[in-house]
Design a protein around this ligand. Structure first.
Ligand code: FES
Length: 211
């Protein structure tokens, strides 16, 4: 037997000695061509095997797997782009409504008219006769300090003499008592009690007293 004939015989023996499974391991492409190991049971049966679709067909009276199209690999889904969050709108700045300055309301009626406001200047002390009721005139001391008008009685609390206006005080010449023209307090002399105070109101340029 020639040497090349011996080689052919040796190779056939080697191949014959290898099992089908070993061949498939050595040559994966062969495995793919051989088809799935699942038993073909009916014509039209499909299965995906190693990336290919296999369909059962009938060939020479036998059911065999026929390799079909390659299965497309699913691509990663697109990552959803985050949407920009809405920018919070600036809150409305609360408007500050102007607060009306409360106008002091008189606690009583206007009372008896005394004089125009312009007639009693800051720091002045005046004895004014006021027509209180039915042409009955009564004298009062009026003074202005810090813009405010004050009124006190002109009758001394010692013995009832009538006081006169000094530069910054009221003076009783009977016994030389001195009084404050603003709150009527007795400041010196025999008088101890203050002169009676009266409520005064100034409105629209006019001074009123409530006897
Ligand atoms: S009556 Fe005025 S001090 Fe006496």
């Amino acid at each position: 037997m020639s040497s090349w004939i011996k080689e052919v015989v040796r190779r056939r023996e080697v191949v014959g000695g290898l099992g089908l499974s070993a061949l498939l391991l050595l040559f994966p492409s062969m495995a793919a061509a051989a088809g799935p190991t699942l038993k073909a049971s009916r014509v039209g049966q499909k299965v995906v095997y190693r990336g290919y679709v296999y369909t059962v067909v009938k060939s020479k009276g036998k059911l065999i797997w026929k390799q079909g199209a390659k299965v497309a690999t699913a691509t990663a889904s697109a990552t959803a782009k985050p949407t920009a969050s809405a920018t919070p709108s600036a809150s409305a700045t609360p408007s500050t409504s102007a607060t009306a300055t409360p106008t002091p309301s008189p606690t009583s009626t206007e009372g008896a008219f005394v004089a125009n406001s312009s007639e009693l200047k800051e720091g002045q002390i005046k004895i004014i006769e006021v027509n209180t009721t039915k042409n009955l005139y009564t004298s009062y001391s009026f003074s202005r300090l810090g813009g405010k008008v004050y009124a006190v009685s002109v009758y001394c609390t010692h013995a009832g003499c009538k006081v006169v206006a000094g530069k910054e005080e009221l003076i009783c010449n009977c016994h030389m008592s001195i009084f404050s023209p603003y709150d009527g307090a007795a400041q010196s002399g025999p008088a101890r009690l203050p002169l009676t105070r009266y409520e005064v109101m100034e409105r629209d340029g006019k001074i009123y007293i409530k006897p």
